[in-house]
Design a protein around this ligand. Structure first.
Ligand code: 9UX
Length: 72
């Protein structure tokens, strides 16, 4: 089974920023799909909760240098 979560991302100012975060999330084991929208400052991530937790997803966002906040 898979879960979907959203993470608010602060500090992105250009599409290169959002692509950086999106690519980083897509490379994380357990992530099936990740989209990052610059306009809404949100990531939507489909993931396998047996492999990764949403706290670890937020950490993956923080590792790119942007601030990630769980919203749902
Ligand atoms: Mo361009 Mo986004 O330097 O930080 S990648 S603004």
């Amino acid at each position: 089974s898979t879960y979907v979560c959203r993470i608010q991302i602060k500090g992105m100012t250009c599409t290169s920023c959002s692509t950086t975060v999106e690519s980083a999330l897509q490379a994380v084991p357990g992530v099936l799909k990740a989209r990052v929208a610059l306009a809404t400052e949100e990531a939507e991530i489909q993931y396998d909760p047996k492999v990764i937790s949403y706290n670890q997803l937020i950490e993956a966002v923080q590792d790119t240098g942007f601030e990630g906040i769980l919203i749902s």
